[in-house]
Design a protein around this ligand. Structure first.
Ligand code: ZN
Length: 106
């Protein structure tokens, strides 16, 4: 289920809660962003809902999930690896440099 709304943390343009994807109306049509959020829905289902919940408390799992999602998004935006690495480094409460995040994405 996809809901176009602004009910999410200000630092994100998309957000997934369980199987529900929230996308800012201004980002409607951003296929890469939608693909990113669909990866999080897949993570939800393949762990029977437990993985995303655990990732809130386990930074290494959160990093693993975001790297997987941004790799998918990169398929739609192949020139954005550095940009996405910056997001991983700054928006998820992870202790990782942009350089190290970039290495994980490529
Ligand atoms: Zn994500």
């Amino acid at each position: 289920m996809i809901i176009y709304c602004n009910l999410m943390p200000a630092r994100f343009n998309g957000y997934t809660v369980g199987p529900v994807i929230l996308i800012r109306p201004s980002k409607r049509g951003d296929a890469g962003l939608l693909a990113h959020e669909k990866v999080h829905v897949a993570q939800f289902w393949r762990t029977l809902g437990i993985g995303p919940l655990l990732s809130l408390f386990i930074p290494s799992l959160r990093l693993q999930y975001e790297v997987e999602a941004y790799r998918k998004q990169l398929e739609f935006n192949p020139g954005s690896a550095l940009y996405f690495a910056g997001f991983i480094s700054t928006k998820y409460g992870l202790s990782i440099s942009v350089t190290d995040a970039l290495k994980l994405l490529l």
